[in-house]
Design a binder for this molecule. Structure first.
Ligand SMILES: Cc1cc2nc3c(=O)[nH]c(=O)nc-3n(C[C@H](O)[C@H](O)[C@H](O)COP(=O)(O)O)c2cc1C
Length: 360
């Protein structure tokens, strides 16, 4: 019987357990995206996770759009992230960088007044949180085919930077209404060229990014995250099962380190609609499957036992419990995440959640 505490080979790595720290934007970088000292301590504290996936990190100046989120395109980003990866490795951990382009949900305030870009000129309903306050999302400019190719190349460059910065791999952020997801789902993609229309066409951009990232490093150092039914950022699709089953089938050919699916469990705060898409993906996808969205210890253990997944990613629980693995192992109580400090600057709610040894 597989448990959360069993080791597993994931691409080029062997993880000591199956508990992954989900990618979590925390807004603690400098305003220009430079990683900071407290980020070093935050990730070091969580090094006992089987794998850490970093917060979403912008691959290009046009991919930015979140206050104090980090970047991986400036030369100094490489040296600054290196202090994070060194600290995690010295503490015995492993860390992937999440590659991020925000697409249409960026805002001119982040882009020197320029319009954000997307697959189609369709604005998301909602507000961007810009350095100048909350502002409604604007209508993006539709990317040309030439610009699509240039953006794919940006993913490859960012991957090389992540490798140089000492990361163990990269996770392509294909979830949550950002650029790749905007191409995938038909509420945001209404192109009528080879990147829009049919499912095959809407998956094309994602596959080109995967191809470029794999070529820039190695398939066993690359994972990808998708979120078939997450409505966040005003997203929806007319046939999520058809779309994401096809996407999973196409991903088989790359032999990636893993496929990561965010689909909230029924009854959780992140619950998605029924029928669930993940069981279809499990049947179609041949490689390592990571699931996320509303799991606790019991539900994670159950999913592994029932062979619904190979890895469980925990988000909010890792925010509040740097030593989540030890707490699960010992069956001790958990700290409660404080959502008021999820994105606020400074140490509070970031590096001050106590570990068990500190409590003792
Ligand atoms: C504060 C916060 C920041 C997040 N940032 C990211 C992110 O950078 N990239 C991403 O793919 N998902 C992000 N998510 C989603 C989480 O990775 C995860 O899917 C979500 O918390 C559900 O998992 P959980 O029920 O274990 O918390 C974020 C969620 C929260 C609460």
């Amino acid at each position: 019987m597989t448990t959360l505490f069993d080791s597993i080979k994931v691409g080029a790595l062997t993880l000591p357990n199956r508990m992954v720290m989900a990618p979590l934007t925390r807004g603690r970088a400098e305003s220009d995206g430079t990683p900071t000292e407290i980020m070093v301590e935050y990730y070091r504290q969580r090094a006992t996770a089987g794998l850490i996936i970093s917060e979403a990190t912008s691959i290009s100046p046009f991919g930015v759009g979140w206050v104090n989120a980090p970047t991986i395109f400036k030369p100094e980003d490489i040296t600054n992230w290196q202090t994070v990866t060194d600290a995690v490795h010295q503490a015995g951990g492993r860390i992937f960088l999440q590659l991020w382009h925000m697409g249409r949900v960026s805002h001119p305030d982040f882009l020197n007044g320029q319009q954000p870009v997307g697959p189609s000129a369709i604005a998301a309903i909602g507000d961007a949180h810009t350095p100048l306050g909350k502002k409604p999302y604007v209508t993006p400019r539709e990317l040309t085919v030439e610009e699509i190719h240039a953006t794919v190349a940006d993913y490859a460059t960012a991957t090389k930077n992540a490798r140089e910065a000492g990361f163990d791999g990269v996770e392509i952020h294909g979830a949550n209404g950002y650029l790749i997801d905007e191409f995938l789902r038909d509420s945001a993609n209404q192109r009528n060229d080879e990147y829009g229309g049919t499912i095959q066409n809407r998956v094309r951009f994602m596959l080109e990014v995967v191809e470029a990232v794999v070529s820039a490093w190695s398939a066993d150092r690359v994972g990808i995250r998708i979120s078939p039914v997450n409505p966040y950022n005003d997203m929806s699709d007319s046939d999520p099962i058809g779309l994401f089953t096809y996407a999973a089938e196409q991903l088989n050919k790359f032999q990636l380190a893993y496929l990561h699916v965010l689909e909230g469990l029924p009854g959780s705060a992140m619950a998605g609609p029924e029928p669930r898409v993940t069981p279809h993906i499990r049947r179609t996808y041949n490689g390592i499957l990571m699931v996320n969205g509303g799991y606790n210890q019991e539900l994670g253990a159950e999913a592994l036992e029932n062979n619904e997944a190979d890895l469980i990613a925990y988000g909010t629980l890792f925010i509040a419990n740097p030593d989540l693995v030890e707490r699960f192992r010992k069956g001790t109580s958990l700290n409660t995440p404080d959502s008021h400090t999820f994105y606020t600057p400074g140490e509070k709610g970031y590096i001050d959640y106590p570990a068990l040894t500190a409590v003792a």
